[in-house]
Write a protein that binds this ligand. Structure first.
Ligand code: G3P
Ligand code: CA
Length: 364
Protein backbone atom coordinates (compact mmCIF):
# COMPACT_ATOMS: atom_id res chain seq x y z
CA UNK A 1 0.00 0.00 0.00
CA UNK A 2 2.82 2.32 0.99
CA UNK A 3 4.56 1.49 -2.29
CA UNK A 4 1.38 2.30 -4.24
CA UNK A 5 1.04 5.62 -2.43
CA UNK A 6 4.68 6.48 -3.18
CA UNK A 7 4.04 5.60 -6.83
CA UNK A 8 1.04 7.96 -7.02
CA UNK A 9 2.92 10.78 -5.30
CA UNK A 10 5.83 10.38 -7.71
CA UNK A 11 3.47 10.17 -10.69
CA UNK A 12 1.76 13.37 -9.58
CA UNK A 13 5.16 15.06 -9.27
CA UNK A 14 6.05 14.08 -12.83
CA UNK A 15 2.64 15.14 -14.19
CA UNK A 16 3.02 18.42 -12.36
CA UNK A 17 6.44 18.72 -13.94
CA UNK A 18 4.89 18.72 -17.40
CA UNK A 19 4.34 22.45 -17.09
CA UNK A 20 7.61 24.32 -17.25
CA UNK A 21 9.47 21.48 -15.69
CA UNK A 22 8.50 22.21 -12.11
CA UNK A 23 9.67 19.71 -9.53
CA UNK A 24 13.08 19.15 -11.10
CA UNK A 25 16.08 20.70 -9.43
CA UNK A 26 18.09 20.64 -12.63
CA UNK A 27 17.33 23.33 -15.17
CA UNK A 28 17.48 23.99 -18.90
CA UNK A 29 18.41 27.48 -20.10
CA UNK A 30 17.45 28.30 -23.69
CA UNK A 31 20.71 29.84 -24.93
CA UNK A 32 19.88 32.90 -27.08
CA UNK A 33 16.38 31.31 -27.36
CA UNK A 34 15.84 28.25 -29.53
CA UNK A 35 18.92 29.40 -31.42
CA UNK A 36 19.58 25.97 -32.92
CA UNK A 37 16.43 26.44 -35.00
CA UNK A 38 15.91 30.19 -35.56
CA UNK A 39 18.26 33.21 -35.72
CA UNK A 40 19.62 33.85 -32.22
CA UNK A 41 17.97 36.36 -29.90
CA UNK A 42 15.06 37.14 -32.24
CA UNK A 43 11.62 37.23 -30.66
CA UNK A 44 10.73 34.31 -32.92
CA UNK A 45 13.57 32.26 -31.39
CA UNK A 46 12.35 33.24 -27.93
CA UNK A 47 8.71 32.32 -28.62
CA UNK A 48 9.80 28.97 -30.07
CA UNK A 49 11.99 28.36 -27.02
CA UNK A 50 9.14 29.25 -24.71
CA UNK A 51 6.98 26.43 -26.04
CA UNK A 52 9.85 23.96 -25.60
CA UNK A 53 9.35 24.63 -21.87
CA UNK A 54 12.86 25.37 -20.64
CA UNK A 55 13.14 26.77 -17.12
CA UNK A 56 14.86 29.95 -18.31
CA UNK A 57 15.35 31.89 -21.56
CA UNK A 58 18.60 33.81 -21.99
CA UNK A 59 19.07 37.47 -23.04
CA UNK A 60 22.47 39.00 -23.87
CA UNK A 61 22.25 42.76 -23.39
CA UNK A 62 24.07 45.64 -25.07
CA UNK A 63 23.29 49.37 -25.30
CA UNK A 64 22.49 51.58 -28.26
CA UNK A 65 23.73 55.11 -28.92
CA UNK A 66 20.47 56.44 -27.45
CA UNK A 67 20.80 54.34 -24.26
CA UNK A 68 18.29 51.61 -25.08
CA UNK A 69 18.97 48.00 -24.08
CA UNK A 70 18.83 45.60 -26.99
CA UNK A 71 19.16 41.82 -27.00
CA UNK A 72 22.33 41.01 -28.95
CA UNK A 73 25.15 38.61 -28.25
CA UNK A 74 27.96 40.76 -29.65
CA UNK A 75 28.43 44.44 -28.96
CA UNK A 76 28.78 44.82 -32.73
CA UNK A 77 26.13 44.20 -35.37
CA UNK A 78 28.00 42.75 -38.33
CA UNK A 79 27.78 38.99 -37.57
CA UNK A 80 23.98 38.77 -37.63
CA UNK A 81 22.63 41.74 -39.64
CA UNK A 82 22.91 43.55 -42.97
CA UNK A 83 24.52 46.57 -41.26
CA UNK A 84 27.54 46.53 -43.64
CA UNK A 85 25.27 47.04 -46.65
CA UNK A 86 22.90 49.48 -44.98
CA UNK A 87 25.50 51.67 -43.23
CA UNK A 88 28.76 50.97 -45.14
CA UNK A 89 30.71 53.85 -43.58
CA UNK A 90 29.67 53.52 -39.94
CA UNK A 91 32.39 51.10 -38.79
CA UNK A 92 35.34 51.30 -36.41
CA UNK A 93 38.64 49.58 -37.11
CA UNK A 94 39.46 46.89 -34.52
CA UNK A 95 42.74 45.00 -34.89
CA UNK A 96 42.74 45.73 -38.62
CA UNK A 97 39.09 44.66 -39.18
CA UNK A 98 35.96 46.73 -39.75
CA UNK A 99 33.38 46.33 -36.97
CA UNK A 100 29.96 47.97 -36.74
CA UNK A 101 29.29 48.65 -33.03
CA UNK A 102 25.73 48.68 -31.70
CA UNK A 103 26.68 51.60 -29.46
CA UNK A 104 27.25 53.79 -32.58
CA UNK A 105 23.65 53.30 -33.77
CA UNK A 106 20.29 54.53 -32.47
CA UNK A 107 17.54 52.05 -31.71
CA UNK A 108 15.64 53.28 -34.78
CA UNK A 109 18.67 52.55 -36.97
CA UNK A 110 19.13 49.11 -35.41
CA UNK A 111 15.45 48.36 -35.91
CA UNK A 112 15.87 49.12 -39.63
CA UNK A 113 18.33 46.22 -39.98
CA UNK A 114 17.52 42.69 -41.11
CA UNK A 115 18.63 39.97 -38.71
CA UNK A 116 19.89 36.64 -39.99
CA UNK A 117 21.50 33.42 -38.87
CA UNK A 118 25.11 34.25 -37.91
CA UNK A 119 27.85 34.32 -40.54
CA UNK A 120 31.51 35.13 -40.99
CA UNK A 121 33.27 36.63 -44.00
CA UNK A 122 35.56 34.19 -45.79
CA UNK A 123 37.37 35.39 -48.93
CA UNK A 124 34.94 38.31 -49.14
CA UNK A 125 31.86 36.05 -48.97
CA UNK A 126 29.34 35.48 -46.17
CA UNK A 127 29.60 31.94 -44.85
CA UNK A 128 26.96 30.72 -42.39
CA UNK A 129 28.47 29.76 -39.00
CA UNK A 130 26.29 26.68 -38.52
CA UNK A 131 25.53 25.46 -42.03
CA UNK A 132 22.68 23.12 -41.03
CA UNK A 133 20.74 25.84 -39.20
CA UNK A 134 18.09 28.32 -40.44
CA UNK A 135 19.08 29.65 -43.90
CA UNK A 136 20.86 33.04 -43.99
CA UNK A 137 18.88 36.18 -44.88
CA UNK A 138 15.57 34.39 -45.36
CA UNK A 139 12.23 35.40 -43.84
CA UNK A 140 12.18 38.58 -41.74
CA UNK A 141 13.67 39.17 -38.29
CA UNK A 142 14.74 42.20 -36.25
CA UNK A 143 16.79 43.01 -33.15
CA UNK A 144 14.47 43.13 -30.11
CA UNK A 145 14.74 45.47 -27.17
CA UNK A 146 15.06 43.97 -23.69
CA UNK A 147 11.63 45.35 -22.82
CA UNK A 148 10.01 43.78 -25.89
CA UNK A 149 11.42 40.44 -24.85
CA UNK A 150 10.32 40.77 -21.23
CA UNK A 151 6.83 41.69 -22.45
CA UNK A 152 6.82 38.60 -24.70
CA UNK A 153 7.86 36.20 -21.93
CA UNK A 154 5.61 37.78 -19.30
CA UNK A 155 2.73 37.85 -21.79
CA UNK A 156 3.20 34.16 -22.50
CA UNK A 157 3.48 33.42 -18.79
CA UNK A 158 0.07 35.07 -18.41
CA UNK A 159 -1.60 33.41 -21.39
CA UNK A 160 -0.22 29.92 -20.70
CA UNK A 161 -0.21 29.99 -16.91
CA UNK A 162 3.42 28.85 -16.87
CA UNK A 163 6.28 30.67 -15.16
CA UNK A 164 9.31 30.55 -17.41
CA UNK A 165 12.21 32.60 -16.16
CA UNK A 166 14.75 34.94 -17.70
CA UNK A 167 18.55 34.87 -17.62
CA UNK A 168 19.93 38.27 -18.74
CA UNK A 169 23.67 38.76 -19.28
CA UNK A 170 25.30 42.17 -18.90
CA UNK A 171 27.65 42.22 -21.89
CA UNK A 172 31.05 43.91 -21.73
CA UNK A 173 30.37 46.44 -18.94
CA UNK A 174 34.00 47.63 -19.22
CA UNK A 175 33.36 48.62 -22.86
CA UNK A 176 30.06 50.37 -22.07
CA UNK A 177 31.74 52.24 -19.21
CA UNK A 178 34.50 53.42 -21.53
CA UNK A 179 31.75 54.73 -23.82
CA UNK A 180 30.14 56.61 -20.93
CA UNK A 181 27.29 54.17 -20.29
CA UNK A 182 26.35 52.21 -17.16
CA UNK A 183 24.74 49.14 -18.67
CA UNK A 184 24.32 47.33 -15.33
CA UNK A 185 22.23 50.10 -13.78
CA UNK A 186 20.07 50.27 -16.93
CA UNK A 187 19.54 46.49 -16.94
CA UNK A 188 18.75 46.25 -13.21
CA UNK A 189 16.30 49.17 -13.39
CA UNK A 190 14.51 47.42 -16.25
CA UNK A 191 14.34 44.18 -14.25
CA UNK A 192 12.88 46.12 -11.32
CA UNK A 193 10.30 47.78 -13.59
CA UNK A 194 9.15 44.30 -14.70
CA UNK A 195 8.96 42.93 -11.16
CA UNK A 196 12.14 40.87 -10.96
CA UNK A 197 13.49 41.97 -7.59
CA UNK A 198 14.15 39.02 -5.28
CA UNK A 199 15.84 35.63 -5.21
CA UNK A 200 12.36 34.06 -5.35
CA UNK A 201 11.76 35.62 -8.78
CA UNK A 202 12.70 33.49 -11.78
CA UNK A 203 15.74 35.44 -12.86
CA UNK A 204 19.51 35.05 -12.80
CA UNK A 205 21.71 38.02 -13.71
CA UNK A 206 24.95 36.83 -15.31
CA UNK A 207 28.16 38.61 -16.21
CA UNK A 208 31.68 37.63 -17.32
CA UNK A 209 33.32 40.66 -15.69
CA UNK A 210 34.12 39.73 -12.05
CA UNK A 211 34.64 43.35 -11.02
CA UNK A 212 31.17 44.20 -12.35
CA UNK A 213 29.47 41.05 -11.01
CA UNK A 214 30.77 41.97 -7.56
CA UNK A 215 29.61 45.56 -8.03
CA UNK A 216 26.14 44.35 -9.05
CA UNK A 217 25.89 42.04 -6.06
CA UNK A 218 27.42 44.21 -3.35
CA UNK A 219 26.61 47.74 -4.49
CA UNK A 220 23.92 48.08 -7.16
CA UNK A 221 21.36 45.51 -6.00
CA UNK A 222 21.26 46.82 -2.40
CA UNK A 223 21.13 50.41 -3.68
CA UNK A 224 18.13 49.57 -5.88
CA UNK A 225 16.40 47.57 -3.11
CA UNK A 226 16.81 44.35 -5.11
CA UNK A 227 18.23 40.93 -4.27
CA UNK A 228 18.15 38.74 -7.39
CA UNK A 229 20.41 35.73 -8.03
CA UNK A 230 23.77 36.57 -9.58
CA UNK A 231 25.93 34.25 -11.69
CA UNK A 232 29.63 34.70 -12.36
CA UNK A 233 30.44 33.56 -15.88
CA UNK A 234 33.95 32.20 -16.29
CA UNK A 235 36.10 32.77 -19.37
CA UNK A 236 39.62 31.87 -20.40
CA UNK A 237 41.84 34.94 -20.02
CA UNK A 238 43.02 34.48 -23.63
CA UNK A 239 39.53 35.15 -25.05
CA UNK A 240 39.80 38.86 -24.13
CA UNK A 241 36.18 38.63 -22.94
CA UNK A 242 36.79 41.06 -20.07
CA UNK A 243 39.28 43.91 -20.32
CA UNK A 244 40.66 46.23 -17.66
CA UNK A 245 42.31 49.60 -18.01
CA UNK A 246 45.99 49.65 -17.03
CA UNK A 247 48.10 52.76 -17.62
CA UNK A 248 45.51 54.02 -20.11
CA UNK A 249 45.50 50.74 -22.08
CA UNK A 250 42.99 47.88 -22.07
CA UNK A 251 44.54 44.54 -21.10
CA UNK A 252 42.74 41.19 -20.57
CA UNK A 253 41.32 40.54 -17.11
CA UNK A 254 43.17 37.60 -15.56
CA UNK A 255 40.77 34.80 -14.56
CA UNK A 256 43.53 32.55 -13.11
CA UNK A 257 42.45 33.04 -9.49
CA UNK A 258 39.11 31.34 -10.17
CA UNK A 259 40.92 28.09 -11.00
CA UNK A 260 42.97 28.09 -7.81
CA UNK A 261 42.06 26.03 -4.74
CA UNK A 262 40.09 28.79 -3.02
CA UNK A 263 38.70 30.25 -6.27
CA UNK A 264 35.11 29.11 -5.75
CA UNK A 265 35.18 30.23 -2.11
CA UNK A 266 36.08 33.74 -3.31
CA UNK A 267 33.39 33.77 -6.01
CA UNK A 268 30.79 32.59 -3.48
CA UNK A 269 31.41 35.76 -1.48
CA UNK A 270 29.41 37.67 -4.10
CA UNK A 271 27.67 35.19 -6.44
CA UNK A 272 24.92 32.57 -6.19
CA UNK A 273 26.29 30.50 -9.03
CA UNK A 274 28.87 30.09 -11.75
CA UNK A 275 28.61 29.73 -15.52
CA UNK A 276 31.76 27.91 -16.65
CA UNK A 277 32.77 26.74 -20.13
CA UNK A 278 32.22 22.97 -20.45
CA UNK A 279 35.96 22.12 -20.74
CA UNK A 280 36.53 23.80 -17.38
CA UNK A 281 34.51 20.94 -15.85
CA UNK A 282 35.41 18.00 -18.10
CA UNK A 283 38.77 18.30 -19.80
CA UNK A 284 38.65 18.08 -23.59
CA UNK A 285 41.27 15.30 -23.67
CA UNK A 286 38.83 13.03 -21.80
CA UNK A 287 37.65 9.82 -23.44
CA UNK A 288 34.48 7.83 -22.77
CA UNK A 289 36.57 5.45 -20.64
CA UNK A 290 38.46 8.18 -18.87
CA UNK A 291 36.53 11.34 -18.02
CA UNK A 292 38.85 13.93 -16.50
CA UNK A 293 36.57 15.92 -14.20
CA UNK A 294 37.92 19.01 -12.47
CA UNK A 295 37.08 20.03 -8.90
CA UNK A 296 35.12 23.09 -9.97
CA UNK A 297 31.59 21.67 -9.50
CA UNK A 298 32.51 20.04 -6.18
CA UNK A 299 34.10 23.27 -4.93
CA UNK A 300 31.22 25.44 -6.16
CA UNK A 301 28.67 23.17 -4.47
CA UNK A 302 30.73 23.07 -1.28
CA UNK A 303 30.48 26.86 -1.26
CA UNK A 304 26.70 26.86 -1.83
CA UNK A 305 26.75 27.82 -5.50
CA UNK A 306 24.84 26.42 -8.47
CA UNK A 307 26.70 25.48 -11.65
CA UNK A 308 25.29 26.22 -15.14
CA UNK A 309 27.89 25.45 -17.86
CA UNK A 310 27.72 26.64 -21.48
CA UNK A 311 27.06 25.80 -24.32
CA UNK A 312 25.43 22.48 -25.26
CA UNK A 313 25.05 22.14 -29.03
CA UNK A 314 24.38 19.21 -31.31
CA UNK A 315 25.77 20.68 -34.54
CA UNK A 316 28.50 18.85 -36.41
CA UNK A 317 31.74 18.87 -34.44
CA UNK A 318 30.16 20.31 -31.29
CA UNK A 319 29.89 17.11 -29.27
CA UNK A 320 33.13 16.38 -27.39
CA UNK A 321 34.98 13.15 -28.20
CA UNK A 322 34.16 11.62 -24.84
CA UNK A 323 30.39 11.70 -25.51
CA UNK A 324 28.55 9.42 -27.95
CA UNK A 325 25.69 11.88 -28.63
CA UNK A 326 24.10 15.12 -27.44
CA UNK A 327 22.03 13.17 -24.92
CA UNK A 328 25.10 11.25 -23.72
CA UNK A 329 26.86 14.59 -23.21
CA UNK A 330 23.89 15.82 -21.14
CA UNK A 331 23.91 12.59 -19.16
CA UNK A 332 27.60 13.02 -18.33
CA UNK A 333 27.18 16.63 -17.24
CA UNK A 334 23.91 16.24 -15.32
CA UNK A 335 24.55 12.92 -13.61
CA UNK A 336 28.32 12.31 -13.49
CA UNK A 337 29.61 15.85 -13.19
CA UNK A 338 26.44 16.89 -11.28
CA UNK A 339 25.80 20.31 -12.79
CA UNK A 340 22.57 22.10 -11.85
CA UNK A 341 21.65 23.36 -15.31
CA UNK A 342 22.88 23.79 -18.87
CA UNK A 343 22.82 26.55 -21.47
CA UNK A 344 21.74 24.95 -24.73
CA UNK A 345 20.82 26.02 -28.27
CA UNK A 346 18.48 23.00 -28.42
CA UNK A 347 16.21 23.36 -25.38
CA UNK A 348 13.61 20.90 -26.71
CA UNK A 349 16.12 18.06 -26.68
CA UNK A 350 17.48 18.95 -23.24
CA UNK A 351 14.01 19.27 -21.69
CA UNK A 352 12.99 15.91 -23.17
CA UNK A 353 16.20 14.28 -21.96
CA UNK A 354 15.88 15.65 -18.45
CA UNK A 355 12.21 14.73 -18.08
CA UNK A 356 12.91 11.13 -19.08
CA UNK A 357 16.06 10.87 -17.00
CA UNK A 358 14.44 12.32 -13.88
CA UNK A 359 11.41 10.02 -14.25
CA UNK A 360 13.70 7.02 -14.67
CA UNK A 361 15.71 8.01 -11.63
CA UNK A 362 12.49 8.16 -9.65
CA UNK A 363 11.74 4.63 -10.85
CA UNK A 364 8.83 5.59 -13.10
O1 G3P B 1 26.06 33.37 -20.85
C1 G3P B 1 26.29 32.01 -20.93
C2 G3P B 1 26.80 31.78 -22.27
O2 G3P B 1 25.90 32.42 -23.12
C3 G3P B 1 28.16 32.39 -22.37
O3 G3P B 1 28.54 32.45 -23.60
O4 G3P B 1 29.33 33.94 -25.30
O5 G3P B 1 27.20 32.70 -25.63
O6 G3P B 1 27.30 34.64 -24.07
P1 G3P B 1 28.05 33.50 -24.69
CA1 CA C 1 25.34 34.74 -22.83
Amino acid sequence: MKKLLTFFILALMVLGASSAFAGSEKVVIAHRGASGYLPEHTLEAKAAAYFMEPNYIEQDLVMTKDDKLVVLHDHYLDRITNVMEKFPKRFRMVDGSKRWFAIDFTLAEIKSLKVTEGFKIVDGKKVQGYSARFPMFTSSFEVPTFEEELQLIQGLNKSTGKNIGIYPEIKAPWFHRAEGKDISVAALKTLKKYGYTSKEDKVYVQCFDPIETKRISKELLPKLGMDVKVVQLIAETSWNETMVLKNGKFIPYNYDWMFEKDGMKKVAEYADGIGPWKPMLVKSESTSDNLIITDMVKDAHANGMEVHPYTFRLDNGRIPQYAASYEDMLDIFFYTVDVDGVFTDFPDRAVKFLRRAEAQRQGL
